[in-house]
Design a binder for this molecule. Structure first.
Ligand SMILES: [Mg+2]
Length: 258
């Protein structure tokens, strides 16, 4: 933890800084029904403080749809969430829902019909409809049931003619079928690129497989923090969302001008 705090203190002095966090399992507790999510007030307050500072961007980068992120943060009642940059759909919805071609919209309609039909034997699965496709959450299933459901889905995608143009993404107890390629790492690099030279520093925290696309792109001086015990390319690891709240508060305090 001391090494992480040292790295955060050094990063706080960067001329230009991007601070980005995943939502579920990172700045919000990972819970059974994604609709019941409540953000960690300390983490979001720290992000909003950072967003108000000069040469500092603060972002939430999540698999959730952009509009969902905006609604959750508004509902939190925390002041200043309108300053946060919201990136939904694992990176494809930067500050707004994506624009799809007619062919992509038609493919979304097919996915929306076919995927839930294939998963009908597991009614506890929660389907989340997105502009770009569908997410299926198997949080309420046993390991074995979740594996069986995923196998069924993989079979469907291997056989169906329409599945040629789709992208499949796995997350924590989650499987997505989408018409745009999701990549959180590309989205965070896009945010870094909003600053001209010198290159901005990046702080990124996440708990999910999809966050590894960010960690694998970080460079010397950046700080990447994985939350939880899973294998990761992140240079730092912490136990839970409460510990992350402390780290974000430290980053905000250290960057505070004056
Ligand atoms: Mg997560």
């Amino acid at each position: 933890m001391a090494e992480l705090i040292d790295a955060v203190s050094a990063l706080a002095r960067c001329e230009q800084l991007v601070v980005a966090c995943d939502m579920d399992g990172t700045i919000a507790e990972f819970i059974h029904d994604p609709a019941d999510v409540v953000v960690n007030a300390e983490s979001v307050t720290a992000l909003c403080r950072l967003a108000a500072m000069p040469a500092t961007l603060a972002a939430v980068v999540s698999g959730r749809p952009y509009l969902d992120l905006a609604a959750i943060l508004r509902r939190s009642g925390i002041e200043g969430t309108d300053r946060l940059i919201l990136v939904g759909g694992h990176g494809v919805e930067i500050e707004g829902p994506p624009q799809l071609t007619p062919a992509q919209r038609s493919l979304v309609a097919t996915i929306t019909e076919q995927v839930p039909a294939a998963l009908a034997p597991w009614p506890a699965i929660i389907a989340e409809h997105k502009v770009t496709g569908i997410s299926v959450h198997s949080r309420a299933l046993t390991e074995e049931q979740a594996q069986a459901a995923e196998d069924r889905l993989r079979g469907l995608l291997a056989d169906a003619a329409w599945s040629q143009g789709v992208f499949v993404q796995r997350g924590v107890r989650m499987f997505e079928v989408l018409v745009l390629e999701p990549n959180k790492g590309a989205a965070v690099e896009h945010l870094r690129g909003r600053f001209a030279s010198p290159v901005a520093g990046v702080f990124y925290a996440g708990d999910d497989l999809t966050d590894e696309t960010v960690f694998s792109r970080l460079v010397a001086g950046d700080v990447g923090v994985h939350i939880g015990p899973k294998p990761t390319a992140a240079p730092f690891r912490i136990a839970d969302t409460t510990a992350l709240a402390g780290v974000l508060t430290t980053l905000a305090q250290q960057r505070q001008p004056g």
